[in-house]
Design a protein around this ligand. Sequence first.
Ligand SMILES: Cc1cc2nc3c(=O)[nH]c(=O)nc-3n(C[C@H](O)[C@H](O)[C@H](O)COP(=O)(O)OP(=O)(O)OC[C@H]3O[C@@H](n4cnc5c(N)ncnc54)[C@H](O)[C@@H]3O)c2cc1C
Length: 512
Amino acid sequence: MSRSATPSRRTLLRGVTVTGAAVIGFDPSTRSWAVTDSDTTTDSDTTTDSAATTDSAATTDTRFAGIPRLDGTLTMDDSALTAAAEDYGHMVHRRPAAVLRPGSVRDVVAMVRFCNQHRVPFAPRGQGHATSGQAQVEGGLVIETGPLAAIGPLGPGSTTVSVGAGAKWSDVVRATLVHGLTPPVFTDYIELSVGGTLSVGGLGGQAHRYGAQVDNVTALQVVTGAGELVRCSPYRRADLFRAVLAGLGQCAIIVEATLRLIPAPETVRHYTLTYDDLDTYVEDQRTLVEDGRFDYVAGQVQADAEGAFRVYVLEAAAYGPPVGPAPDDAALLSGLRPVTSGVEAADLGYFDFVNRLAPVIEALKQAGVWTHAHPWLNLLLPGDSAAALSGPVLENLDPADFGPGVIQLYPVRRDRLTTPLFRAPDDPVPYLFDVLGAVPPEDTATIDRVLRANRAAYDTAVAAGGTQYPVGSIPFTQEDWRVHFDSAWPCFAAAKRTYDPRNLLTPGQGVF
Ligand SMILES: Cc1cc2nc3c(=O)[nH]c(=O)nc-3n(C[C@H](O)[C@H](O)[C@H](O)COP(=O)(O)OP(=O)(O)OC[C@H]3O[C@@H](n4cnc5c(N)ncnc54)[C@H](O)[C@@H]3O)c2cc1C
């Protein structure tokens, strides 16, 4: 590869590195993009066109299909393409040809139609926290949703709020708390985009009471895979609404979501109860989600001093005034069986509670673990066999393969999960079981071993009626997705044919 500062004002590129350039055209015959020059690194696929002008978004050269006039930017900037070929998993890298930073919803519509016209695959990308290339698209267009982050309007009596799909949950809750309101359910880590979590489900310790985040959406504005801008809800274009929530970005790009709001507490009493027996831990968790005495129930499995994963930490939180009464420790903890001296409690402001992982994340970033590979296992287990299925995985987990990771094991309630594409076991109290390891990215042997173990654990879980929670890294085929979506598959596949008829949208999920 040679490097040349080209004198031309525009360059036609296939598979080259470009810095500081904006895309202005697409050559359908060569399937390559035209860009303004600024600093171009060329290879043998490159041709230059010195006659062209750069001051118009739409080229006048008949070889090119002009890019629609945009409010935002379309770029082939090297750093933008590199970032779009990366995610939190740090294992899969598919480099797009261009990245759209939309200045408006109109930009998304225009570029989706353009991609359809020229058969260019495309995918929305929120915060890029998927772990297996789910938001990546080789040679296609990545649409960053981050600029679509408006929140509101909002008032003290609001029961819903409309937010741009690129808004982060941390920004949403900051805005709603000004009015004493909050979305009901949060993921543990709140720097994820609204569109990103609504495309998978969105689980947290409040899900046993309110369902997943997808169960708390009253309406959506989406751009379908064919480029149609549509408002949908349970009462309007309901087939599309149902195909988008937990729909893995297959049928449409969410550009705005209307989220349910509830009154927020000012403070939260946050308990941790330590157990030394898996069955007791699981049974006590089940008691709590069945009787509903806490607003939040979750829990982790940790390693003991010998490195064995057999310390079980039940997490529970009770919301204080004005949502609930002042927490009564004796009533809340009655009948639970943690080890002696295994109970701790702390009172936190509500935002600090929702954002409680922030210091942990900062420490992981400081330690360099954030950029490790994350070959995650995320399962939903039938409650009646949660201990029997998770126990052997924990026993066989090699701390060396797991690194400085986190294991979660906590129940939800099936009757609160109402979104058809959110697949959960047919059991009244399914358990989320997440083995969230971190491996140095260059240690490919360990990554491969963990991925194989993930698959084996998935197979065992499915045979017992479990499912995967599709945010992790389980090697999966199209046939596996059919099994995963099960009775929801025919409607999902029909929606895909209707709303993304050219099968261009979000190929990184590998569903269709
Ligand atoms: C540190 C960490 C903690 C996490 N904790 C939790 C947790 O507690 N609970 C939980 O449920 N999950 C959790 N997750 C998983 C997380 O919810 C998903 O990975 C989520 O999809 C990430 O959101 P994102 O904005 O980064 O999406 P991206 O990674 O950008 O995208 C994920 C998928 O959604 C699609 N997508 C993105 N935006 C849109 C849109 N606007 N419309 C349609 N499709 C879209 C993408 O194409 C891609 O297929 C966690 C992940 C990490 C890394």
